[in-house]
Design a protein around this ligand. Structure first.
Ligand SMILES: Cc1ncc(C[n+]2csc(CCOP(=O)(O)OP(=O)(O)O)c2C)c(N)n1
Length: 325
């Protein structure tokens, strides 16, 4: 099938760069974790990169995002640099949390990205409220709220969707169904066959998508976003994928069947997008290799630069923890 007309060359290559950058950053974090250079845990989105990539690629500049634990591609897709990310994970004072948190709990609100907090589901009502507020100011904002399959069992998930449905707040509730919440498979998490069935209970539309196919997902999300700007309302979007590593790097994921991992490894989102790009003749093998090399250089240089930045001074640790005034 010639899919050339649906996505521009620039958009396709930007998506590939986003996924590669997130993957290379996370691979570096994994290595650093095992070398004992990262103080906290490392929780990656390796294998799930298509979801944050396609949704940010289809979004507009004034949209709002509440990323979750595995959404490095949401940050990268909104323009957060590798340098900022290394500063955060290496606990540098120059990072978004000024070295107070060396983990996934950060965001850059100037890019429309709320900071993630540990409590699953808690940011869903916040992004819903943020979208409402911006729209009342006359802005054309829609929201993207990300949650894992496990997080859909929280009250916040229900409250946010119900609230958005009743008040017609245009938020895409993106469920990243990676089939496990820590070691708990989805069969122990909910009775319905597919989480998308829940949409009917809120009186909203629901969609299930292949969470590893960035190209197709972007097409779907672009259509949904355009419709939601015309006629504001929330939708539920369930993206099917698999968590390819442990919950965090401390976990060997021995409870995930090896055959399941092997089957999903054949559907790696980066390889799939590369294939689509090649089919559409958007880039030659040489150009793709150059893109890979540029991403690797960016990661290496950003890591080195962040290492040179200072750690916070212990005497100032209570500063910047609460809002001023
Ligand atoms: C409200 C709440 N309950 C429990 C936890 C502990 N916890 C952190 S991650 C996690 C598993 C999350 O699984 P899922 O939502 O499917 O996301 P995934 O890790 O698979 O991406 C749990 C139980 C938490 N952070 N917040």
């Amino acid at each position: 099938m010639n899919r050339k007309a649906d996505i521009s060359k620039d958009a396709a290559l930007a998506m590939l760069r986003c996924m590669l950058l997130a993957r290379r950053i996370e691979e570096r974090m994994v290595r650093l974790y095992h070398q004992g250079q990262i103080f906290g845990g490392v929780y990656t989105g390796i294998g799930q990169e298509a979801i944050g990539t396609a949704t940010t690629s289809a979004a507009g500049p004034d949209d709002l995002f509440a990323p979750c634990i595995r959404d490095m591609t949401v940050h990268v897709g909104r323009g957060t640099t590798a340098l900022t990310i290394f500063r955060q994970f290496l606990g540098r004072v120059t990072g978004p949390t000024r070295g107070r948190d060396g983990n996934v709990h950060y965001g850059e609100i100037e890019r429309g990205v709320f900071s993630m907090i540990s409590h699953l589901g808690a940011m869903l009502p916040v992004v819903t409220g943020g979208v409402m507020a911006r729209r009342r100011l006359g802005r054309d904002t829609i929201g993207f709220a990300y949650i894992g399959d496990g997080g859909t069992s929280t009250g916040d998930f229900h409250e946010a969707i119900n609230f958005a449905a009743v008040l017609d707040v245009p938020v895409i509730f993106v469920v990243e169904n990676n089939q496990f919440a820590y070691s708990t498979p989805t069969s122990y998490q909910f009775r319905c066959k597919n989480l998308v069935e829940r949409a009917a209970g809120y009186g909203i539309e629901g969609f299930t998508a292949d969470g590893n196919d960035a190209w197709a997902l972007r097409e779907l999300v672009s259509k949904l976003a355009a419709k939601m700007r015309q006629q504001p309302r929330p939708v539920l979007l369930v993206c099917e994928t698999l968590r390819m590593r442990g919950h965090g790097e401390h976990d060997d994921a021995s409870y995930i069947p090896r055959e399941l991992l092997a089957a999903w490894a054949k559907r790696d989102p980066i390889a799939l997008l590369r294939e689509r790009i090649t089919q559409a003749q958007f880039a030659t093998a040489t150009e793709l290799a150059a893109l890979e090399q540029a991403v690797q250089t960016e990661v290496d240089e950003s890591y080195q630069q962040a290492l040179n930045d200072p750690l916070p001074d212990a005497a100032t640790l209570t500063e910047g923890v609460y809002a001023d005034g």
